[in-house]
Design a protein around this ligand. Structure first.
Ligand code: SAM
Length: 193
């Protein structure tokens, strides 16, 4: 007699679960096939690893695709056209970009782990990074913010849902605001300085 309500509950739960999952995108598929594939002009992709080595092939203008990482050994994974070694927080190439990508560089601990380190791991440093990205972008240019929403419990999905609406991202009109399995997939167009 008690089996039926249990079966109904399980059925409803599994249905709900499928619907929640359906909203979660494959981070890298979205990044390469939707986001990068639509970019043209001066592009800055911040932070590289082995899986980024062919990312210049996805954008419409590979020759104007630039990368940046503060670990010199990672240069081999950067753009074959222009790679910079340096800290994004103080990076100043002397010109502005049409697109800047901050995917996978926010929402991690600062310690060196698996050969990589992060310095944009406090609220202040993350705000500084978003301000700096905004100052390096042309008006009409776009910013992708893809923080990890799993690594640091206090910087979880709920935190980012609120944070992504605040300064300086309130200077952007939203192009896309989705969830990846590990990262937020926020993308906006700068409408004012
Ligand atoms: C997870 S890896 C690759 C990130 C890459 N954007 C992606 O697709 O996931 C993070 C890289 O970002 C670099 N990085 C983190 N903070 C940085 C900063 N402030 N300036 C330059 N590189 C940074 C690290 O050195 C590391 O190589």
């Amino acid at each position: 007699m008690k089996i039926k309500p249990l079966v109904i509950t399980l059925f409803l739960f599994s249905f709900l679960h499928i619907n929640i999952d359906a909203r979660i995108l494959n981070d890298r598929e979205w990044l390469t096939k939707t986001y990068l594939a639509s970019l043209e002009g001066k592009i800055l992709f911040v932070g590289v690893n082995y899986y980024n080595a062919d990312y210049h092939t996805y954008v419409k203008t590979p020759e104007t695709y630039e990368t940046l990482d503060f670990i010199p050994e990672r240069s081999k994974f950067g753009s074959p056209y222009k790679h910079h070694v340096g800290d994004f927080l103080t990076f100043d190439p002397g010109y502005k970009y049409d697109h800047i990508c901050l995917f996978g560089v926010l929402g991690h601990f600062g310690e060196i782990a698996e050969g990589q380190s992060y310095n944009m791991d406090t609220e202040n440093a993350m705000t500084q990074a978003l301000e700096h990205a905004t100052s390096l972008l042309k008006i009409g240019g776009t910013l992708q913010v893809g923080p990890n929403r799993i690594s640091i419990p206090k910087f979880n999905t709920a935190y980012w849902q609120t944070r992504l609406k605040k300064y300086p991202l309130n200077k952007y009109s939203i192009i896309s605001n989705e969830f990846g399995a590990c990262n937020m997939l926020w993308w906006g167009k700068k409408i004012r300085d």
